[in-house]
Design a binder for this molecule. Structure first.
Ligand SMILES: Cc1cc2nc3c(=O)[nH]c(=O)nc-3n(C[C@H](O)[C@H](O)[C@H](O)COP(=O)(O)OP(=O)(O)OC[C@H]3O[C@@H](n4cnc5c(N)ncnc54)[C@H](O)[C@@H]3O)c2cc1C
Length: 303
């Protein structure tokens, strides 16, 4: 980062309590367990702290990236000469607004949000229970599973722009589509989201969550580092089926491999590099295209 010393000085003046880490390994913060050091990582605990960090970063023209739980990111081997703002477990808090609405801060995991809703006898977030990311990351990319999607329950999102200003979007204004929201086009940071849920007995909700978790464990390689589905679902097919039909289960480049258990997952067999994963994604996409005429696009965000 060009202005590291200025950044440190300003942060020490404005937010002496803010946790900053230098040369922090991205591998420690991504579910792939891949990625070199981020030059500076900041852990703001409130939206006011986040706003201050963003203002300083904008003032000094620092390159800035937002990290949730790192479960959909491939971070570069050479590291990042930028400021990474980590929100998981930092922007916290869940509250009931009324009988059917809850507000969840961006750094809360989707699993925690789903459990809170279940305990409150509110249905609608069962699908999110096994998704390992944060609510911020889930809203940003409209996460979904087993027929459920964030866009089905999200009615309001508080978003901070990169200068630290807050505004609120309705669910409709978020322009959600398959694994996409307006924030991917325009930038902006999810600070919190409101979910509209339906009353249902807690035991019924828990039974659905347990069933979905059992289906995940049975079909996904949860024992190996990955970023979930490596490719988006293409029009006219399923990525996993196309990869399987192309005979690519177990296909390996370096220490990255197509999972034997679920062809839609790329897994780190131990010591895989970002380069291994990128080469594997390209190779799989090319081979599937030759076989089926369908081009697979990565779902994992390549930084
Ligand atoms: C085992 C496994 C299973 C998975 N299963 C599913 C699944 O069933 N369905 C599914 O949709 N996904 C699944 N995923 C992928 C991943 O969990 C989701 O995409 C999740 O929403 C990512 O959230 P995150 O907090 O980890 O975001 P990160 O990976 O940290 O970030 C992903 C992107 O979101 C941005 N971002 C993160 N937080 C914010 C924020 N507060 N504001 C603005 N932008 C932000 C980042 O800048 C980045 O571009 C799975 C992953 C794994 C490892």
């Amino acid at each position: 980062m060009r202005n590291l010393t200025d950044f440190q000085q300003k942060m020490a003046d404005l937010l002496p309590e803010l946790e900053l880490r230098y040369n922090e390994s991205m591998a420690k913060h991504t579910s792939f367990r891949i990625g070199g050091p981020a030059e500076v990582m900041a852990f703001p605990k409130t939206s006011a702290e986040l706003a201050e960090v963003l203002k300083v970063s904008a003032l000094l023209d620092c390159k800035t990236a937002i990290l949730g739980a790192g479960t959909n990111i491939l971070a570069p081997d050479e590291g990042l000469s930028s400021l990474v703002i980590c929100l998981k477990d930092c922007l916290g808090g869940i509250e009931s607004i009324d009988d059917t609405h809850i507000r969840v801060a961006a750094g809360v995991t989707m699993t925690r949000a789903a459990v809170f809703a279940a305990n409150a006898g509110l249905s609608g977030l069962e699908f999110a229970h096994g998704i390992p990311g944060t609510v911020g990351g889930g809203v940003y990319m409209n996460a979904g599973a087993y027929g459920g999607e964030i866009c089905q329950v999200c009615t309001q999102v508080e978003v901070m722009d990169m200068s630290g200003n807050l505004r609120t979007y309705t669910g409709e204004e978020m322009n959600f589509s398959y694994r996409h929201s307006r924030l991917e086009d325009e930038g902006g940071i999810v600070v919190s989201a409101v979910f509209e849920l339906k009353p249902k007995p807690t035991e019924v909700i828990r039974a659905v969550m347990q069933d979905l978790m059992a289906r995940r464990s049975a079909s996904q390689p949860l024992d190996l580092p990955s970023a979930g589905s490596a490719f988006k679902r293409p029009v006219g097919g399923y990525a996993a089926a196309l990869i399987d039909n192309a005979g690519l289960k177990g296909h390996r480049i370096g220490n990255a491999a197509v999972s034997e258990k679920h062809a839609g997952f790329v897994v780190n067999l131990g010591g895989a590099t970002a380069e291994d994963v990128k080469n594997l994604l390209t190779d799989v996409s090319d081979r599937v295209f030759r076989e089926s005429g369908i081009r697979l696009e990565p779902e994992v965000r390549i930084w």
